[in-house]
Write a protein that binds this ligand. Structure first.
Ligand code: AMP
Ligand code: ZN
Length: 492
């Protein structure tokens, strides 16, 4: 069964198959580790996970590279503000990112490539671009890509680049202007900034060169698929193509997949809009990691998805149904034999499931036949018409469903436990849903942390927060006593 996947470059559904007949070589842009990821970011990583899991289910091996952007404008700004070397600053968020991926059951790519560990390859690429006449150095020592050297610029995003000004330059890592400009490949060192001493001068790489260099290092000059969120199509991916193809004169990636945004009230979820939730925020509110995964993947990647708490509640119910049904099949005892109607239903569900996925990873349509099968099988079980061979056939369908959706097996305890542990360390206990604490039992350490947070809040004259903590603890039967010897608490 061949996957037909929309290809931004060709503008149509194309077959996605490994060119070398062995493994699908794919590159997906990874995170910039300057903060905790929000669930919009994770929607993109989850949809790429759906892709790789489906490919594997159909017998295709993958060689998947993900970069970690561990040097860029935002990282330098934040690390400087925190008074930390960038490596120390990013390590914390990289760790958090991988924990979050694990919580969401996102498989780890075969290759993780940190930008700061591949500087020589980026320098080499800039040198090759310079030799090809596609890069030039400015007076301050920075290097820029000369857009005029790549007439095909714009072929991915299909933007009308009429406003292109010859020689106009931009040195920001992120820019969204519609007019194309010569962009920075290498930024000359500024006082106090992290930099590398190299053959093209002292400085640091631009964001775009990072992905071109590492993709080609691990996957070769041409590879099967490149993926990322829709905001990366222009200019980031357009720039990657320009940098790579100007040197190789070969197609960089043959297939381009772009995941559409997660929205909040019709606007892109983003750090700068302030309308975001991190995975940890939602876990602390008491939502299960599996429900967050299911809600974020159930709308196909080519549709924008409006985030709502109702969708998390729906996903929670769907998972309950799946798990209860699975439990009913595995724990029940069934008479030997096969019911032809159920055998046919299982076969049809499996075929419809695979067909929906093959049609541009339509996760919504792929779910439907599984829930239909559950309904049919539950009715048959109620009537004693589901036999042992039917159970086996249906369990096989559930297993292939879970090979991609990955929500039936209950792995929810660990992510929640980890989030609570993090909340204690990060002073976020006040954000934990009371039901969750009741469910988990409020530990002495958690109470100590809350009491300490309250003392600090009082010291900072944030009495509203201090009162909020006192009230929340009171609701759980914890009484705080302020005395001249300090603060004590006791359980009522
Ligand atoms: P960043 O860490 O900002 O470089 O983003 C990591 C990934 O998340 C990129 O592929 C972005 O395109 C993607 N992304 C950012 N915001 C959203 C959103 N609201 N919905 C879906 N994907 C997003
Ligand atoms: Zn990239």
């Amino acid at each position: 069964m061949t996957l037909r996947l929309f290809n931004t470059l060709s503008g149509q559904l194309d077959d996605l198959v490994p060119a070398d007949g062995k493994a699908l070589r794919m590159y997906a842009c990874g995170p910039t580790v300057y903060d905790y990821g929000h669930i919009g970011n994770f929607r993109t990583f989850l949809q790429v996970d759906v892709l790789r899991r489906f490919l594997k289910l159909t017998g295709i091996a993958v060689r998947h590279v993900m970069n970690i952007t561990d040097v860029d404008d935002k990282i330098i700004r934040n690390a400087t503000a925190a008074g930390l070397p960038i490596g120390e600053y990013t390590a914390r968020f990289e760790k958090a990112f991988f924990e979050d991926l694990e919580s969401l059951q996102v498989e780890r790519p075969e290759i993780i490539a940190r930008a700061t560990e591949h500087i020589p390859r980026m320098v080499e690429l800039v040198q090759k671009l310079a030799a090809a006449g596609a890069a030039y150095q400015t007076e301050d020592g920075s290097w820029y890509f000369r857009l005029a050297a790549f007439p095909e610029y714009g072929k991915l995003s299909k933007k009308d680049l009429g406003g292109m000004e010859d020689g106009a330059r931009v040195d920001l890592d992120e820019y969204e202007k519609d007019s194309a400009r010569d962009f920075a490949l290498w930024k000359a060192a500024k006082p106090g900034e992290t930099s590398w001493d190299t053959a093209i001068g002292r400085g640091r790489p631009g964001w775009h060169i990072e992905c071109s260099a590492m993709a080609m290092e691990f996957l070769g000059e041409s590879f099967d698929l490149h993926a990322g969120g829709e905001d990366l199509m222009f200019p980031h991916h357009e720039n990657e193509i320009a940098q790579s193809e100007s040197v190789t004169h070969k197609p960089f990636a043959r297939h381009w997949m772009h995941v559409r945004f997660l929205l909040v009230d019709g606007r892109k979820m983003s750090k700068s809009e302030g309308n975001f939730y991190t995975l940890r925020d939602l876990l602390l509110k008491g939502y299960k990691a599996s429900a967050i995964r299911l809600a974020l993947i159930s709308v196909p990647y080519r549709h924008q998805l409006n985030f709502t708490f109702d969708s998390l509640a729906d996903a929670t119910n769907a998972i309950d149904r799946l798990r209860t049904f699975h439990q009913r099949l595995t724990a029940g005892s069934f008479v030997e034999g096969a019911n032809p109607a159920l055998q046919a239903a299982a076969e049809k569900a499996q075929a419809d499931y695979l067909a929906a996925f093959s049609n541009d990873l339509n996760t919504a349509e792929a779910r439907a036949p599984i829930f239909d099968l559950i309904r049919t099988a539950n009715t048959a079980m109620d009537q004693g018409q589901l036999l042992a061979a039917d159970r086996d056939a249906i369990l096989a369908v559930l297993a292939s469903f879970d090979a991609v959706f990955c929500v039936i097996e209950d792995r929810d305890a660990e992510p929640t436990r980890r989030a609570l542990e993090w909340a204690e360390q990060a002073g976020r206990m006040a954000d934990v849903a009371p039901e969750l604490l009741t469910r988990q039992g409020l530990t002495d350490e958690a109470i100590d942390a809350l009491v300490a947070e309250r003392t600090l809040a009082k010291k900072q004259r944030n009495f509203a927060r201090a009162d909020q903590i006192r009230n929340e603890l009171a609701e759980k039967g914890i009484v705080i006593e302020d005395s001249k010897d300090g603060v004590r608490w006791k359980r009522k």
